[in-house]
Write a protein that binds this ligand. Structure first.
Ligand code: DX5
Ligand code: ZN
Length: 238
């Protein structure tokens, strides 16, 4: 079957169907509950939790206790982006804390299929993540197994980096692969998302956008920031 022709605009998405996943990495941790509540009220679809171990990426961030605390104050799905060397060792504690889904990297995992199966066996949503230097081609064998693909639009490890425009052709390729292999699979982008890059990402085929600093770092507040992002995504699909 030939690959589907990809239009400039994203024909798959009905207006408003693009989901927003605020990343709490950019939140003020002293006011985390308040900021997540604001994001929920402003229509966030899920909360993105970035877990870093100082080994897989050159930064450390947060662990299962944060998920546990968030679970008490929000009904939103908590998606857990594991930027750690041994994701299998930590799945149980995140599930116990309240994670709803996991995003695990293709890079550095010699037994990715096993990790994906473990997450499914735990009854949780599962996504595979690829870094900017990783080819879309590596997804072919795992696409039937996952609910989400996350394409990193920055190198993982830090918030507030510039969106890598060179990743956009790969986003279009991943959208084509998803249409062919697993049309129900979500295509998420993470890193450097603001209203301008959100529009580009959605036009390339993204259905979910992670945003940290563009939401929690906006001087006008979480609600105004999310409204601006949503308006940009709607423009891209109309
Ligand atoms: C980066 C993380 C991102 C980060 C995005 O390694 O995976 O989720 O929070 O932050 P912004 O939106 O500020 O680029
Ligand atoms: Zn992330």
């Amino acid at each position: 079957m030939p690959f589907m022709k990809v239009e400039k605009k994203n024909p798959k998405m009905a207006a408003g169907a693009v989901q927003l996943a605020p990343s709490i990495l950019a939140a003020d941790f002293a006011r985390l509950g308040e900021q997540v509540a604001q994001a929920e009220q402003a229509g966030a679809d899920r909360i993105h939790v970035d877990v870093m171990d100082g080994h897989f990426v050159p930064n450390i961030s947060m662990g299962a206790p944060i998920v546990h605390s968030l679970r008490q104050i929000t009904r939103l799905p908590l998606e857990t982006h594991l930027m750690i060397s041994d994701p299998d060792f930590f799945l149980d504690q995140f599930v116990e804390a309240g994670s709803d889904s996991f995003l695990v990297h293709w890079e550095g995992n010699n037994n990715l299929h096993r990790t994906l199966q473990r997450i499914k066996a735990l009854g949780k949503g599962v996504g595979v993540v690829i870094n900017p230097a990783t080819s879309a081609a590596v997804l072919e064998e795992v696409l039937p197994e996952v609910d989400q693909v996350l394409v990193m639009t920055v190198n993982p490890g830090f918030g507030h980096q510039h969106f890598l425009h060179t990743v956009l052709p790969k986003v279009r390729r991943v959208r084509q692969m998803i249409e062919q292999i697993n049309p129900a699979c979500e295509l998420e982008l993470d890193g450097g998302i603001d209203p301008a890059t959100a529009a580009l990402g959605v036009a390339a085929g993204a259905s979910v956008l992670v945003a940290g600093s563009a939401i929690f770092g906006d001087d006008d507040g979480v609600t105004a920031a999310m409204n601006r992002l949503r308006a940009a995504t709607k423009q891209a699909v109309n």
